[in-house]
Design a protein. Sequence first.
Length: 367
Amino acid sequence: MAAAVEQIDYGMFIMPFHPPEKPFSQSFDEDLELIVRAEELGFKEFWIGEHHTMKYEPIVMPEIFIARALGDTSKIRLGPAPVCLNQHHPAFVASRLAFLDHLAKGRLNLCFGNGSVTADHELYGIDPKDGGAMALEAIDVILDLWSHDPPYSHKGKFWQFELKKTVDDECLIGYIHKPYQLPHPPISMPGMSRNSYSMKVAGQRGYQPFAHCLVAGNVVADQWHTYANAAEEAGRRPDRSDFKVARSIFLADTTAEAQQRVRSNSLGRNYEYIGGLFDKGLGRRIYKRDLDMPDSECQLDYLMTEQIIAGDVDEVLRRLLALVEETGGFGTLVLMSYDWDDKAAWLRSMELFAKELMPRLNKAVCG
């Protein structure tokens, strides 16, 4: 297999997904333990989702969680995925992310997007149709604030502000912090659809494309092409080493064991839960390889042939090589993690992934 990248790195992402009957404090302790174990196993990066009104996905400000995790780790890069820019004033985002980057001493990654939870939209009075435009305007504001000193002024469609009259150069009041990493930490954008708007923006601006775990392999391939075409049109050279692909993978000593566990553990339940959310809104379109496929067929049996990769090392390697072939390759494989309903089994899956699967995948793909 011809190598599109020199090496496939690996990271991890948690939404997180926890049963609401589990105490939040226990869930968060387990997530912190997960980050520490991920670093020990050589994971390069760790991403945490942001949701404000969901009991199953209870981290409302991943930046606080990241700050807590920094003291327990020393190498792994940490990042919110995404910062829901339509739900925050961009000046506040710029200040707090710059502050966090200094706490992290440059270990901060960024993923910028817009929140998609309908209850969050209602709570904040946000029109979901404005999400993409709000996120784009917020990114422009954040990067502008990071690029120069006061005075600051912005008159946009969604935000307007000035900081001029109270700037005091002698007392150094009125200054927005700049990040530790200059000009800013690495920025990625998530893709959840065909012909993705966010992938076009990422390509135009040189951000890293991040394919979501909920989409089928042919959609991942489409997202790369959307990104690459936009990059080339903007005079940029797309680099597959920048491409992050999230997948839900569960390993066990036998394929039968792995697949049996997925049908009853938090991974399988997550996809059934998300499917139920889709049923209340846009339908199961995001899951589909073929758009003509009826929603009624987008159940766990189908998902285990597409989004979910469960098996022993040989079977998972076979599935991932097929994904590499279909997509053309990627630079980082981001492993999704879910609730530790069986801690020993989840830790065993992580160890097989890091110690056995990834070396074999890199040997097969990169030589």
